[in-house]
Design a protein around this ligand. Structure first.
Ligand code: FE2
Length: 256
């Protein structure tokens, strides 16, 4: 199995840029492209040449660098079929169930709509890593902008079904605010209390709280825990469908 090197760096105000590199086949992809100059600087720092951009969704803080980076490097831009018209420079359209290879790695595509109508997640099963864009965040999830709660819940369930030791990279550093909110939904979750403390320490030291793992999120992310009795009781929603409880938690976060 070829080694996948991963380099995460802050971009714009609270985005993360991520570069992935397979040295055996000399390919490098930028997961989204929030800002061309910052991505180019990260490439230079690592000594890597951009060959691909893997776009998760159309928002400007994920595609703003596409045109300039493509003009400069002639890279191939892969992106979601279901919103392809909104992805600058897209060359290859992908969606649910598609697989392709990046260097020596198989990549599987999941449709994870809700934040946007065509949002996708890239899963590298061999390296046990997933790039979830703005669908899943550490202790949180993306705003449901173009879809509805039921759709977003189905998307999150696909991510919840990945192996627990899957490392997850996300689009934004929102973890500290997410942790504060999460404690209002599940104040007695000891794993969440512990993690909230660690997140506070990391941010105070100027360090990222990402990537995360599916296992950590299953234990501490209230958006993935609508089945938990204590959460249902706190929300007065005992026995309600999970997607409705998810939707209520999302509404409360929007208002927080
Ligand atoms: Fe977004």
């Amino acid at each position: 199995m070829a080694k996948l090197e991963i380099h995460q760096f802050p971009c714009l105000s609270d985005n993360y840029g991520v570069l992935i590199h397979d040295s055996e086949q000399a390919v490098t992809a930028s997961i989204d492209a929030p800002d061309a100059r910052t991505v180019a600087a990260a490439l230079e720092e690592k000594g890597w040449t951009l060959t691909h951009i893997l776009t998760t969704h159309h928002h400007g803080d994920h595609t703003g660098g596409n045109a300039a980076l493509k003009a400069e490097t002639k890279c191939t831009i892969v992106g979601p079929r279901n919103e392809a018209a909104k992805i600058p420079g897209i060359d290859k359209q992908v969606g649910e169930g598609d697989t392709f290879t990046f260097g020596g790695h198989e990549v599987r595509v999941l449709d994870t709509p809700g934040h946007t109508a065509g949002h996708i997640t890239y899963v590298f099963p061999g390296a046990k890593v997933a790039f979830a864009g703005d669908t899943l965040f550490a202790i949180g999830c993306g705003r449901v902008i173009e879809g509805n709660a039921q759709m977003m819940w189905q998307s999150l369930k696909k991510l919840m079904a990945l192996p627990k030791d899957t490392t997850v990279y996300c689009g934004h550093e929102y973890t500290q605010a997410n942790a504060r909110f999460a404690l209002t939904i599940e104040p007695d979750n000891a794993a969440l209390q512990k993690r909230a403390k660690e997140v506070g320490q990391l941010r105070a030291a100027g360090r990222p709280t990402l990537p995360t793992t599916i296992g950590i999120e299953l234990e501490t992310n209230p958006f993935l825990r609508p089945h938990v009795a204590a959460i249902q009781k706190r929300l007065g929603m005992e026995g309600k469908p999970e997607w409705q409880i998810f939707g209520e938690i999302r509404e409360r976060k929007n208002r927080s």
